[in-house]
Write a protein that binds this ligand. Structure first.
Ligand code: HMG
Ligand code: MG
Length: 304
């Protein structure tokens, strides 16, 4: 299959990128990051997470972040700000803040599901069903995540059929898109392609997104493999920030700057400006005192 003409990038830096940061990051810094990402051309930004502050303290200001964005966002057609909502409690809080889109997040691994959201895969689906139903009744779109699609920190290899089963359940439930997360970044292109092909037998590839981490330096290669197989939505995190609090050692999502550079080279339009996103990566890593994990970003900044 040929590469697509265009790709939608979902910028997950403000949520997936920051959720694991041990030191508090101010709400003002988060909002400034989101504004800078939008100015670089991002139109879909995952901005907050309505999860328990005991489980993920860094996301405790989810209400403040979402309220501020919705006040400002109302005047900005074309921009979409989304948030994670693991249960009805999170969804109700997000609705109060005027959220436009939410995401439920499950895992293809039983152990990871228990560690991350404190329930089995079957229980998670029972929890998500009323979340999706209620959100849709409010006219709010719901995205689904499947974590550990190419490996689990507790169970090792994950069968592609297991990923397909969960993706299908989320699709059947009414998620408009299912994002496939290589949470610990152990995937390689052949594995990524096999997994995608298994899932695409149950869920059309046009409703799938690739959410790859770069722990072993394979994320871009994996993306090329799934782009060739028809994926048109990529999740990425500015400067490669992040990691999952329940997946020790996993480095961040593939860096947005590297994805934009790759897509430009393939002649694929994504709407994000490379120089501008590189400047955002430079700014946020200096602001929070983290190394910039984007090779393209570092090279662009060094070039001036
Ligand atoms: P639980 O302890 O089983 O829930 O946690 P509970 O219903 O028994 O409630 C316990 C306490 O949490 C109660 O408070 C609830 O009110 C509160 P207490 O009475 O003890 O004071 N609570 C909440 N507070 C705020 N918002 C809520 C909420 N729900 C309950 N929504 C729960 C279950 C799902 C809440 C918990 O396990 C949790 O918050 N987990 C989140 C873990 C997380 O955010 N992980 C990172 C995101 S997933 C990820 O990064 C992977 C992904 O990016 C893909 C990839 O990278 O590959 C998606
Ligand atoms: Mg991630």
């Amino acid at each position: 299959m040929a590469f697509p003409d265009s790709v939608r990038i979902v910028e997950v830096g403000p949520r997936d990128g920051l959720q694991n940061e041990p030191d508090p990051i101010t709400t003002a810094t988060k909002l400034e990051l989101i504004e800078r990402l939008a100015m670089a051309g991002h139109c879909h930004i995952e901005a907050a997470s309505f999860v328990s502050p005991k489980w993920v303290p860094q996301m405790a200001d989810h209400r403040e972040v979402m309220r501020a964005l919705m006040q400002e966002g109302a005047a900005q057609p074309g921009r979409r700000y989304s948030a994670l909502t693991p249960n009805l409690k999170g969804l109700e809080a997000a609705i109060e803040c005027g959220v436009q889109e939410v995401a439920v997040f499950g895992a293809a691994s039983e152990s990871f599901s228990q560690k991350n959201i404190n329930c089995s895969i079957a229980e998670s689906l029972e929890r998500f069903a009323p979340v999706v139903e209620r959100a849709k009744a409010e006219g709010i779109q719901v995205r689904g995540y499947v974590s550990c699609v190419l490996g689990c920190p507790y169970e090792g290899d994950i069968a592609p059929g297991q990923v397909a089963k969960l993706a299908r359940a989320l699709d059947d439930m009414g998620c408009y898109e299912v994002s496939l997360g290589d949470t610990i970044g152990t995937g390689t292109p052949l594995k990524a392609r096999r997994m995608l092909e298994a899932v695409a037998r149950d869920v059309p590839v046009t409703r799938l997104a690739a959410h790859f981490h770069d722990t072993y330096g394979q994320a871009l290669a994996n993306l090329v493999a799934v782009l060739e197989d028809g994926v048109q939505v990529i999740d990425s995190s500015v400067a490669g920030l992040g990691g999952c609090p329940y997946a020790k050692g996993a480095s961040g999502n593939v860096a947005t700057e590297d994805v934009v550079y790759l897509l430009e080279g393939l002649g694929i339009d994504c709407g994000v400006d490379l120089a501008r996103i590189a400047a955002v990566g430079d700014w946020i890593t200096h602001t929070i005192g983290r190394p910039n994990r984007s090779k393209a970003g570092v090279a662009m900044v060094a070039k001036g």
